[in-house]
Ligand binder design. Sequence first.
Ligand SMILES: Cc1cc2nc3c(=O)[nH]c(=O)nc-3n(C[C@H](O)[C@H](O)[C@H](O)COP(=O)(O)O)c2cc1C
Length: 373
Amino acid sequence: MEGPSPFSVVFEKEPAMNSLFSPVRIGGLELSNRLVMAPMTRSRADAGGVPGGLAAEYYAQRAGVGLIVTEGTQPSDDGQGYMTTPGIYTPAHVAGWRKVTDAVHGKGGHIFIQLMHAGRMSHPDNTPHHRQGVAPSAIAPDTPIFTPKGMQDIPQPRSLATDDVRRTVADFRDAARHAIAAGADGVEIHGANGYLVQQFIAPSANTRTDAYGGSIENRARFAIEVATAIAGEIGADRTAIRLSPGITMWGIDEGAEGPDLYRHLVGELDKLSLAYLHIMHQGDERLLADLRRLWRGKLIVNRPGRPRDRIGSDVAAGLADLEAYGQMILANPDFIARLKSGALLNEADRTTFFGGTARGYTDYPALDAIAAV
Ligand SMILES: Cc1cc2nc3c(=O)[nH]c(=O)nc-3n(C[C@H](O)[C@H](O)[C@H](O)COP(=O)(O)O)c2cc1C
């Protein structure tokens, strides 16, 4: 054969990367390696939010990573933001997810379902009930969102009354119970990327005057209550949370107090002994180092766009216990085998990220398929 083969070793394997191939314990699970599939919305559930057979195939193809974190999954009908995202609050949802978790476990993998309440990042045209989105305060994020009619501005959300906030915490708790009933190994609370939990954290989205707004303690309260409720329901060893300190997308501005809020929040979460903390990290290295010190449990770090030659560096440095990757795993079902052999990686196709069929979902080639051709 002429030219470079897909099996050619393109770089000398870094010792840093090798640190990823040792087992690690997360809650009650023994993971075979320290690579995590980052949560990625793929918008391929049915109109009722039930994940189908293709989702089972997609996740099972990627079960070689130590841990899969699923796409964001709404804990209630109000929690949905985007079109055809899955839910975990009806018996049909539980049955759909059961097929996914069985398929992943059948391949020896482990899977946490990400519980994502979109809050104000929603549009009535995207949800089955067509209601206005809900949020800590009636402040629109000032950004358009993709809907069945194309991009549309997000309307002003309805502010949750204090009782509604308590109901929303209970929705998270119930969804976690359903996730376990569906065979998930645990749940990851989506506290990142500008969705409901982070809307409570950011003063730009939260101008409340009750116990959930104002001071650092009050703005962190919702996240802590959700984590506490879920841990009480399914066990702390099956409960995890994802945070993205300092991100500024979708009208989120945490202000000058942001880093101190996270120091408080992570210190409080640490007391719960959760399965892990997952940080989507952009920028503030000093804060990340502080959070590492405040968090005595397992830490997953995801650095968006991290180049291949930096894979393993956070684990090797002792900063993280595991590293999460999104697009590389989306595009490479056999990511672990490719890393170990130094093979080239498939490129992710952005045009098939959200919605659609098997194309760009379950048809990314694995090395053995290429070899067979
Ligand atoms: C298609 C797509 C969908 C995503 N959906 C989610 C999601 O549902 N929940 C979440 O926490 N992050 C989501 N993310 C962010 C990823 O988890 C990850 O943080 C991001 O892709 C950066 O990591 P990477 O450079 O390794 O891909 C999504 C990213 C992509 C590309």
